[in-house]
Design a protein around this ligand. Structure first.
Ligand SMILES: [Zn+2]
Ligand SMILES: [Zn+2]
Length: 740
């Protein structure tokens, strides 16, 4: 791993043990030539493993004897470029405590300097153009270190020894603040930015991997303008808090959540809101909150604090809907005209665009929802090596995965692939990642869906390809993470994915073994009237379920539910005739239907809104009382929620009580189906994946219940359970089926 202070550590260790020789970065990894007494060499190599820097990772050490060179000292040599190898660059790291102190001390030469960094922190992936990770190969190459910085860089006892982006106010990048025709620079930029934010302005802030839009989270007018401009009437915005203590004022935070919040990756962490939390996630029990993870953010909060402000800022990606985030001032002004009253810019280039990551803690373990800054390009270790396979990913939450040897590198979150700009960002990122890793895809796996942009891209590469069913890919992503070959019973619950029968799957129980899989259970199939539009007009799925339960009598029993809605008769005819209404087993759409039937809104303002709000209603956990029918039909175990539909209509409960019963019933149905399938398939291993398992209540219920029943339960940890993790499963499939 490069850029984590490993060579300085080697140098210090060599001096401590009286070893001479040298060390250097190569694309193949770190090379050390060490000369000394045998017992000293032994202690030296043992310490390499046990005392390594916290951000480093040693995958393997290969040693071979050499004739003594007679070196008098130990030195760090210039990096060598050359053929591709195993070295990888680290992810960007949040500001470390020592650098945070430097910028806060008036006597320090980096006082108030927004670009302080060291071997423990700072930009990495976002500034790297090529390997090896040296300043000349980063966007810092245009800044020449001053004498003071050069001295730190060359001093093995300094924590900035070989810190590639090392800089200071004399020699490094600088910020400017632009608002309208006025420009502020130097000491005046941050105070003015703080003043504008407190007066209700939205500021665009250049962060590590792109611009963010910041405003006072308590300012309703600013929030409203942001929602209108981004065309996001209800979708949650992420928050940034000065520190964990500041976040705890409006959110609950466990010790594990605090550790994740303060981790070098510094993702936005999903936290349970307190009553006084800002209104950034209406209808939800949680808010996504991240730490002030760069010196620039820290200094902005310090300026706000001077003016008596101690609340959180909205800190959302500067983009329209789910397009790629802006990485230049020009893009901000062009894509979001008139929105940002101020643009806090700087002149350190962003080479690799990288959005903020989102994660949550479940059972004491971090789980990733959006994998980008702080995680990319960390690899997932695979069970075995092989050629370079590409997993192309899905249509929503696009991301690809490249396997090199026994490592799988997931790209940063790209965005929704049908948004403008996402396809070109995807192609650009694919090219950059292949260059950085020194590989070229030899095989490619893509989704079964022929119209996905990623499917088209994979097929255009001119390499051997394989189509991988969506829900198998979800389960395979878990198998890849945990090095399971199978057999395993996979519960893949999500919104949509094409089945081999042409219907829309999403509530699947698959038995998987390596590249082989078989569908053994599913949610009962009903019509999806109007296709994708049913995910927005969620009353349509309620209608579909009601017609499936009550048949021709549905109007007598449930007609009132649809009073005042347009298009009900048309949708009913579509369900009857099947016109533009494929069958679906989507679990996401069942959440939609139940949420509406239990008194929720008829339309979703953003993806999975109904399901997220339904989960948020379950403050007291889940309840028993409702039960799915479980039966075998045509060899398939069917989870049939008809009794729930009837109960919700005929014995309506308060919305929260209904939500608790629904979660309890779904968990019980999944467990009951597993109990039937396990003896048939001879395995007690269970894998849970798919976007529905971002529902923390359901995930907790299912893992707990299955574990208590004696099953081994596996979930996604390093990659998202949603479609952002599909590509890893596709790589697993490519390796297994194409022998790549
Ligand atoms: Zn630092
Ligand atoms: Zn300097």
């Amino acid at each position: 791993m490069q850029g984590v202070g490993f060579r300085p550590f080697v140098s210090r260790l060599a001096k401590e043990h009286g070893i001479t020789g040298w060390t250097a970065n190569t694309p193949a990894g770190v090379i050390i030539e060490a000369e000394g007494e045998p017992e000293k060499l032994e202690r030296f190599s043992a310490d390499l493993k046990t005392r390594r820097p916290p951000q480093s990772r040693i995958d393997s050490i290969t040693m071979s004897p050499l004739p003594a060179a007679g070196d008098a000292v130990f030195e760090i040599r210039q990096s060598r470029s050359g053929q591709a190898g195993a070295a990888i660059i680290p992810a960007d790291l949040a500001v470390c405590p020592a650098c945070a102190r430097d910028i806060a001390e008036p006597d320090n030469r980096r006082f108030n300097y927004p670009f302080a960094n060291c071997t423990d922190c700072g930009p990495r992936f976002t500034i790297v153009k090529s390997l090896p990770y040296d300043r000349a190969n980063t966007t810092m190459s245009e800044f020449e270190m001053c004498a003071d910085c050069a001295r730190e860089f060359g001093d093995p006892d300094n924590r900035r020894f070989h810190a590639q982006p090392n800089c200071c106010p004399v020699c490094g990048p600088h910020i400017t603040l632009e608002c309208g025709a006025r420009t502020f620079s130097g000491e005046t930029a941050l105070p003015e930015a703080a003043r504008l934010i407190l007066s209700g302005a939205i500021a665009a802030v250049k962060s590590l991997g792109g611009f963010q839009l910041a405003c006072d989270a308590a300012n309703a007018a600013a929030l409203d303008r942001l929602r209108k401009a981004k065309n996001r009437p209800a979708k949650p915005f992420a928050l940034m808090a000065a520190c964990a203590a500041a976040a705890k004022k409006f959110c609950e935070m466990s010790a594990e959540e605090e550790a994740l919040f303060n981790s070098p990756a510094a993702p936005a962490v999903m936290l349970r809101k307190k009553e006084n939390a800002p209104a950034v996630s209406p209808g939800l029990a949680t808010a996504a909150v991240m730490a002030a993870y760069t010196p620039l953010h820290r200094l902005l909060f310090a300026e706000l604090a001077k003016r008596g402000f101690d609340g959180p800022l909205v800190m959302t990606s500067a983009n329209l809907r789910d397009e790629p985030i802006c990485i230049s001032k020009e893009q901000v002004l062009q894509r979001l005209p008139g929105l940002a009253g101020a643009v806090l810019d700087h002149n350190r280039g962003i080479h690799n665009r990288c959005d903020d990551s989102v994660a949550f803690v479940q059972d004491g373990q971090p789980r990733i929802i959006r994998r980008a800054r702080g995680y990319t390009p960390q690899s997932v270790r695979l069970g075995r090596g092989g050629g370079c396979a590409l997993g192309a990913g899905g249509q929503m939450k696009g991301a690809f995965c490249l396997a090199r040897g026994a490592e799988a590198f997931l790209s940063q979150h790209i965005g929704e692939m049908d948004e403008p700009g996402c396809e070109s960002f995807y192609l650009e990122t694919l090219e950059k990642m292949q260059a950085l890793l020194g590989v070229k895809a030899e095989t490619a796996a893509h989704d079964l869906h022929p119209d996905y942009a990623a499917t088209r891209i994979a097929k255009s590469l001119g390499v051997k390809t394989v189509a991988v069913q969506h829900h198998y890919a979800h389960i395979a992503s878990v198998m890849a993470e945990h090095d399971i070959n199978g057999p395993v019973i996979g519960l893949a619950f999500d919104g949509t994915g094409l089945g081999p029968d042409g219907s829309i799957w999403g509530g699947e129980i698959l038995v998987c073994e390596g590249a082989k899989w078989e569908r053994r259970g599913a949610l009962k199939a009903v019509r999806l009237p109007g296709g994708d539009v049913a995910a927005v007009e969620i009353w349509r799925m309620a209608l579909s379920w009601i017609m499936s339960v009550y048949g021709n009598n549905w109007r007598d029993k449930a007609g009132r539910v649809f009073g005042g809605l347009d298009g009900v008769d048309t949708a009913a005819r579509m369900i009857e005739s099947g016109f533009n209404s494929p069958y679906t087993t989507s679990m996401g759409r069942l959440f939609d239907a139940m949420s509406f039937l239990c008194g929720g809104p008829a339309k979703a303002g953003y993806e999975a809104q109904a399901a997220m709000e339904f989960e948020s209603l379950c403050r007291g956990g889940a309840d028993d009382g409702w039960n799915f029918d479980i039966y075998k039909e045509n060899g398939l175990w069917v989870m049939d929620p008809s009794p729930l539909i009837r109960a919700a209509l005929e014995n309506p409960l308060p919305r929260a009580a209904a939500a608790r019963r629904f979660h309890g019933a779904l968990c019980a149905a999944a467990a009951a189906a597993v109990q039937k399938i396990s003896p048939e398939s001879g395995t007690k291993k269970i894998a849970l994946s798919g976007g529905v398992f971002q529902n923390r209540l359901l995930l907790g219920l299912c893992t707990g219940r299955l574990a208590r029943a004696g099953y081994e339960v596996y979930c996604n940890r390093q990659v998202p359970a949603n479609d952002g993790g599909l590509a890893l499963g596709q790589v697993y499939a490519a390796r297994s089926t194409l022998g790549a």
